[in-house]
Design a protein around this ligand. Structure first.
Ligand code: FAD
Length: 459
């Protein structure tokens, strides 16, 4: 006999918990199911631990540069990885346990721990339990995709999840994949003291960004001693004693790199393959993402998919925004949509890249008349004062409507500065509003009006 609920939420990532508590608060009888650790990827293997580790890596970096600021540290800078990991674990534990407690304390909400599998469109099994509900919300997230590289099955390697157990400094970490996740780990481990080589099949890092952004990021990483093998078309791995050899077969340079450890950071895949979805008739795309409409409904009535598993976003903020959209539609009579949101994210290397809206390449492709402005961080007073002048800021606006089309801000504090543009974009206000605003001195953001005063036609 099934236990009947009004709603079932599968997964406690970035959309599920908030939705479950909101629905329960609205008087519905709700079940939420988690098979592993509360909080999902972001809390346990993603944003929170990586940003905590990045903070330790930055402390080491700043300590090494102390002399430049006139600060004397007597003796070499050493990193105690056991302590670095313990600090990370404590931050993660606080977040995961806090979430678990919040869910378990919520009225009208029952927490099940186990792997959920659909047995029918509105029935889900968890261990010995059978649950049934009219509405089911799938928030199962994703995991590291493991590419079919020759020899990968013969060597041991890390993913972003298993990297979380590392409590030592690898002698030479080879990172296969030069995109967002790979780059954050590359700089982090270089700062911890590892030799780091990034192996990337494409001709440049983070291909989704504009070439000038990829180039500047490459320069920042190389300046710290991260090595890069781009155009590595034929990656293959083999064991070499205690080490791992990665054949990169590039057109120039050494054809093989030997390292002590390998991290595979070549993308993510949705956790939809062991969910019994064949019992529901839910449509997936070719890569296994659940297909949803603009309000996150699947093709099966009353079944919804939120977060990374729907392929409409790959971030914590997109997953949480999915929750807001579903809750607004179901409970507030507010027809919010996925297409209302503006692309926004950051790459948390140091200095960070803050992104909003279109890239320059996308603006060019759209064919509209546009203006562009750029400014190197060497011409930003606050960056000079801090001694952190790497990177540049680039903003694109529509030449006719004066709407901000997009921005790539690579520089100190730019993960925060980007929001000064993002909010104006949401307000659908022209960029000239920013030029009339008085900004605080000395900040990085105060240079945005100056940059906007120097726009040129995009040719
Ligand atoms: C290394 C790394 C760094 C990142 N850094 C950032 C960042 O700085 N900023 C950012 O915005 N995003 C970042 N992300 C992305 C972010 O973590 C994800 O976009 C976000 O966690 C997606 O949330 P979600 O709710 O869709 O899924 P998840 O957080 O993956 O949660 C899904 C949950 O569902 C559970 N589950 C899955 N299948 C079942 C099942 N059958 N039964 C029961 N439970 C199940 C899982 O155990 C998991 O707890 C990062 C990701 C990685 C890997």
């Amino acid at each position: 006999m099934a236990t009947i609920y009004d709603a079932i939420v599968i997964g406690t990532g970035q959309a599920g918990p908030a939705l479950a508590v909101r629905l329960a608060g609205a008087g519905m009888k709700v079940a939420i199911i988690e098979r592993r650790r509360f909080g999902g990827t972001c809390v346990n293997n993603g944003c929170i631990p990586t940003k905590t580790l990045i903070a330790s890596a930055r402390a080491a970096h700043v300590a090494r540069r102390a002399g430049e600021y006139g600060v004397i540290i007597d003796g070499p800078i050493a990193v105690d990885m056991k302590q670095v990991k313990a600090r990370k674990d404590a931050v993660v534990r606080r977040s995961s346990e806090g979430l678990e407690q919040w869910l378990k304390d919520a009225a009208n909400l029952t927490v099940y721990e186990g792997h959920a599998r659909f047995v029918a469109a509105h029935q889900v099994s968890v261990g010995d339990h059978l649950l049934e509900a009219e509405k089911i919300f799938i928030n199962v997230g994703g995991r590291a995709a493991i590419p079919a590289l020759p020899g990968l099955d013969l060597v041991s390697f890390f993913t972003n999840s298993t990297m979380m157990d590392v409590d030592f400094v690898p002698e030479h970490l080879i990172i296969v994949g030069g995109s967002y996740i790979g780059l954050e780990f590359a700089q982090m481990y270089r700062r911890f003291g590892s030799e780091v080589t990034i192996v990337e099949m494409a001709p440049r890092l983070i291909q989704r960004e504009d070439p000038d952004v990829s180039q500047a990021i490459g320069t920042i990483l190389e300046a710290e001693g991260v090595r890069m093998r781009l155009n590595a078309k034929c990656i293959a791995l083999e064991k070499r004693g205690e080490n791992v050899a990665v054949n990169v077969d590039c057109s120039a340079g050494d054809k093989t790199i030997v390292g002590s450890h390998v991290l595979i950071a070549t993308g993510r895949k949705p956790n939809t393959d062991d969910l019994g979805l064949q019992s529901t008739g839910i449509a997936l795309d070719q890569r296994g993402y659940i297909q949803v409409d603009d309000q996150l409904r699947t093709n099966v009535p009353d079944l919804y998919a939120l977060g990374d598993c729907n392929g409409r976003g790959a971030f914590t903020h997109t997953a949480y925004n999915d929750y807001e959209i579903v809750a607004a539609n179901l409970l507030d009579g507010d027809p919010r949509r996925v297409s209302d949101r503006i692309t926004a994210y950051a790459l948390f290397i140091d200095p960070p890249l803050g992104r909003a809206g279109m890239t320059e390449a996308e603006v060019r492709k759209s064919g509209r008349k546009a203006l562009i402005g750029t400014r190197p961080m060497t011409r930003v007073g606050r960056a000079l004062e801090k001694g952190e002048t790497q990177g540049f800021m680039k903003i694109l606006v529509d030449a006719e409507t004066k709407a901000i089309l997009g921005a790539s801000l690579l520089g100190i504090e730019c993960d925060e500065v980007i929001h000064s543009l993002l909010d104006v974009m949401y307000a659908k206000a022209p960029y000239t509003v920013i030029q009339r605003a008085m900004h605080i001195h000395p900040t990085v953001t105060e240079l945005i009006p100056t940059l906007l005063g120097d726009l040129k036609p995009l040719e």
